[in-house]
Design a protein around this ligand. Structure first.
Ligand code: ADP
Length: 490
């Protein structure tokens, strides 16, 4: 297999050949045309000179035609003939009957076959000044003829055909072509070598970057970054992008490690309690009543672990994008009413007053089960983190383009230092107290709630003050006319 370097160099050289060939062809054509143009001008100038000789003689009152003679060449007066003979090149003077009344020495010197060609070609020579080019085979030459009209002055003379050798028109471009055939391959060769060397340098730099990235991403060196050097400035953008990617990889790995450690830690405690309970139940000295209590506690721990595993599965599937959201039009009012009624029962057990002072009749495109889970998470948290005697208030608000579900409590609130972490997985303010107390959760509820809101194209936001209470708000998109919006990500 050819290397990329060879392929790119070949493509570059091929392109260069195509461009130079077109250029050389264009120059040759232009050169060719210019030479023909020069020859035509020269021939026309000769014709003009010959015409002037004839018209000057006529003006001076000299007889132009020697009427007494019979031979064609002698039909111009000897004086005019001798003047015309001083002009070089091919000159033929034609009378109104189309006969040649004068042929210059060059014409006379032509061999029989060429003379015949000339005669037949001259009969076709246009009077418009256009040039006619033809071959003189015996001389292996090309000639170019132009016509100069005498317009019947002097009478009986029609025109002068003057010609010049056009061989130069083919030899000059040929010389150019020979030059081009030496210079162009030289230029292409040099450019090809330069491209090959340049690509070699580029490939070396890319190889260096590849080796470095491979070394960094082997799993143990994710803290390292690609170092920008003068050598690799051409790839600065690529390296910056790769560095950003490595940073994201490092963060995900760290997150994964933390997640695994947290999950194992969370399972360790209930497992230890479960073991102790089972051991207690199995003790021969335990009474029937003690055994029942130990087994009940064990059951509670098993429930707790099931909840944890359920939450972990939800998040894992959400991360993989495997957790589908089945959207359908959902009326918010009945759903919120249902959540409110559950909250009333929970609040009563905790000594917390729950209110639903305002609601709105809005339909949203949502997964009913997930939406209920989201609302219940927020409401249970509010009740969980509000001491007895406190208040929890729910509310639905309709706005242009969206609808909000808000839960406000007068509970313990969240400190400014803790606040940025509340949506992190396994994060709980005051972990020890949380776990020891009845209210101890796993710190996964808000992470799941935020994912549900985002999966509906919405947001979950919070504001809180330590000791004063918190406000959690879910915002979901709706069409501005109140129809459910389906533009949320599935
Ligand atoms: P948990 O199961 O621990 O409640 P969450 O993810 O639901 O987990 O909440 C994370 C942490 O955020 C909680 O441990 C708690 O410290 C804090 N938090 C959540 N809601 C409230 C609230 N309404 N008032 C005070 N703190 C809250």
């Amino acid at each position: 297999m050819l290397s990329t370097r060879v392929k790119l160099t070949a493509a570059f050289v091929a392109g260069l050949i195509a461009v130079t060939a077109t250029l050389v062809l264009a120059v040759l054509t232009a050169r060719n045309n210019a030479v023909y143009h020069d020859i035509a001008l020269y021939a026309a100038a000769q014709g003009d000179l010959a015409a002037r000789v004839i018209t000057d003689a006529a003006k001076a009152g000299d007889s132009v035609l020697a009427t007494s003679d019979t031979a064609l060449i002698q039909r111009l007066s000897p004086k005019v003939v001798s003047r015309l003979q001083s002009l070089p090149g091919y000159i033929v003077v034609v009378d109104t009957a189309g006969r040649a009344v004068y042929r210059s020495n060059d014409v006379m010197a032509l061999q029989g076959s060429d003379m015949a060609t000339l005669q037949s070609q001259l009969a076709d020579l246009p009077n418009s000044g256009e040039a006619l080019i033809f071959n003189l085979d015996s001389r292996q030459e090309r000639v170019l003829f132009v016509s100069h009209s005498l317009g019947g002055n002097p009478p009986r003379l029609s025109r002068i055909a003057s010609g010049a050798l056009a061989t130069r028109a083919t030899t000059v471009p040929r010389e150019y072509l020979l030059d081009a055939l030496i210079i162009v391959p030289l230029i292409i060769g040099v450019a090809g070598i330069a491209a090959f060397l340049f690509l070699g340098r580029t490939q070396r730099q890319l190889n260096e970057i590849t080796t470095e990235v491979a070394a960094i991403t082997d799993g143990r060196s994710l803290h390292r970054r690609l170092a920008l050097s003068e050598e690799t400035t051409d790839f600065a953008d690529l390296m910056t992008t790769l560095n950003a990617m490595i940073s994201r990889l490092e963060m995900s790995f760290a997150g994964l490690r933390r997640f695994t450690a947290d999950a194992s830690h969370e399972l360790k405690t209930p497992l230890a309690v479960l073991r102790a309970d089972v051991e207690r139940a199995m003790m021969e000295t335990s009474s029937q009543n003690e055994r029942m209590i130990a087994l009940e506690e064990a059951l509670q721990e098993v429930r707790r672990m099931s909840d944890l595993v359920e939450s972990l599965l939800t998040l894992a599937r959400a991360d993989e994008g495997r957790l589908d959201i089945h959207k359908e039009p959902v009326e918010l009012q009945p759903l919120v009413q249902e959540v409110y009624e559950t909250a009333l029962i929970l609040g009563e057990a905790q000594g917390v007053t729950v209110n639903l002072p305002f609601t709105a009749d809005v339909v949203v495109m949502a997964d009913r089960t997930r939406l209920r889970q989201l609302f219940l998470n927020l409401v249970t948290n509010a009740i969980k983190y509000t001491p007895a005697g406190g208040k929890v208030e729910l509310g639905v608000g309709r706005h242009p383009g969206n609808v909000t579900f808000a839960v406000r409590d007068t509970g313990i609130g969240i400190s400014a230092a803790d606040f940025p972490h509340i949506f992190e997985r396994f994060w709980r303010a005051d972990r020890v107290r949380s776990r020891m107390s009845e209210r101890g959760g796993f710190g996964l509820g808000l992470a799941i709630s935020q994912w549900i809101a985002q999966a509906h194209g919405g947001t979950l936001t919070a504001s809180s003050r330590l000791g004063r209470g918190s406000l959690f708000t879910v915002t979901l998109p709706i069409e501005s006319d109140g129809q459910p919006s389906d533009n949320a990500a599935r």
